[in-house]
Design a protein around this ligand. Sequence first.
Ligand code: ATP
Length: 218
Amino acid sequence: MADMKIPRATAKRLPIYYQYLNILADAGQKRISSSEFAAGVKVDPRTIRRDFSHFGTLGKRGYGYDVADLLAFFKKILKQDQVTKVALVGVGNLGHALLNFNFHRDNNIAIRAAFDIDPAVVGTTIDDIRVYPLTELQNQLQKQAIKVVILTVPEAAAQTVTDQLIAAGVEGIMNFTPTRINVPATVIVQNVNLTSELQTLIYFLNHRTLDQQGTNKE
Ligand code: ATP
């Protein structure tokens, strides 16, 4: 399962499916038809069938999906059955907001350490997360066995910090900087550019047709 290759677009939809299944399970729903599921996640039923086909047979024809079974399956796939430790580098406005966002309240993602070069922020604690000087990066990441990092440094520092992350053994970077960072093939980067997401939304607003209303764009 760990080596399974699935399309990136599919991988991006898995958390949506997982979150919706959690809502269903919390509401005590035991079973859901594929069309209800599609309506709930606002994804085309054919796309869902194609996504699910990467994992074998997940539903039964004429029955739909067993909520608990499917939830358990995605929990495992998304590693939500174990805590993933994460660090954040760059405690500016965005970094600060993400530390306060507290991923761990709803998910098994825990930000365990933050790093910065600014003496004004180094040594402080934000929502129980200690801000270390950047010089402590390698030491702390290795000591705490952290392999995933959220990068919220200024654009100019993005590559230098990335190189330090790689040297410290980081395997996954959530890159909030607008820079396309260079990493070796063993490291996975997820780029999150809030400005371009907003620009895309504005583009769709200005070019929408009636049949696009109420749809989700990936
Ligand atoms: P943003 O809203 O993007 O977070 P900001 O104005 O709050 O912007 P930036 O100048 O983008 O702050 O810097 C973000 C944080 O990154 C700051 O706290 C800054 O001290 C820190 N920073 C800058 N360079 C480095 C670096 N090389 N390593 C670690 N942190 C850095």
